[in-house]
Design a binder for this molecule. Structure first.
Ligand code: CDP
Length: 231
């Protein structure tokens, strides 16, 4: 079967990664969490005291970063690997969440990440989620989904998720972080978060993960059929 590129963009905690992962599994595609890449870069900068406002320092640091995804057979999830180290757990920490949007707004960081993301999509057959995937990374993607959800629900979802790892996390802290990231992501100079004109908007405020998967799968199958008919 012909393979396509599927992009899933949207604000923080809309459930993009959950859908992207499930969709990839169903279609036997590769799932790529582009946000994990920005989070890993942020972790590297924090650990190595890289000043991301200094482009010379940023360029030097990026030369030392190698990003990869490993599929964990036990959990069935793909994990972020940076320079051979599995950083999947660490990059979800609030310390990273607090800085990631600042780092992701840096021009050199975006160029580096986008280049890597395009390489990953060369053979198609991928589902990539993020902020600018349908607009900047793969503007010609066959299927673009833009996810939205009620802000209150988004905060609750992320709070529950973070609580599992850290019982001391506060709801207010999570809410402030999401609001701040949404603002920076939408207002930055280089490839801000925007809905692509040809994206299908999926509001999952009242949908279960099974329901949203069903909708997305239908869209994907229709697109794949169209692509096959065209050849
Ligand atoms: O999972 P969550 O929605 O909280 O965010 P994420 O997908 O892990 O992305 C973390 C941060 O990376 C975002 O808040 C953006 O600042 C940045 N990002 C981006 O700029 N472009 C992307 N394609 C993906 C993420």
């Amino acid at each position: 079967m012909r393979k396509i590129i599927i992009t899933i963009d949207g604000f923080s905690s809309c459930g993009k990664s959950t859908l992207a992962q499930q969709l990839a599994r169903k279609l036997n595609y590769v799932f790529i969490d582009s946000g994990a890449m920005y989070r890993a870069i942020t972790l590297f900068f924090l650990r190595n005291h890289v000043d991301w406002n200094n482009s010379e320092e940023v360029v030097k640091a990026l030369e030392q970063i190698n990003l990869d995804f490993h599929y964990n057979l036990e959990t069935g999830k793909s994990e972020m690997v940076m320079n051979g180290e599995d950083v999947e757990y660490l990059i979800r920490d609030m310390l990273v969440a607090e800085k990631v949007s600042e780092v992701a707004a840096v021009k050199e960081v975006r160029e580096f990440a986008v280049k890597e993301q395009r390489k990953m999509g060369k053979k198609k057959g991928i589902v990539m989620d993020g902020r600018d995937i349908g607009t900047t990374v793969f503007p010609k993607a066959e299927l673009k989904i833009f996810m939205v959800a009620d802000p209150v629900i988004r905060v609750e979802r992320r709070y529950r998720e973070m609580l599992e790892k850290n019982p001391n996390v506060l709801l207010e802290e999570v809410k402030d972080n999401l609001q701040m990231r949404d603002y920076i992501d939408s207002n930055r100079e280089f490839s801000p978060l925007r809905q692509a004109k040809d994206a299908f908007v999926l509001d999952n405020s009242k949908l279960t993960t099974e329901e949203q998967l069903k909708i997305a799968l239908k869209l994907a199958k229709e697109k794949i059929a169209t692509v096959e008919e065209a050849i």
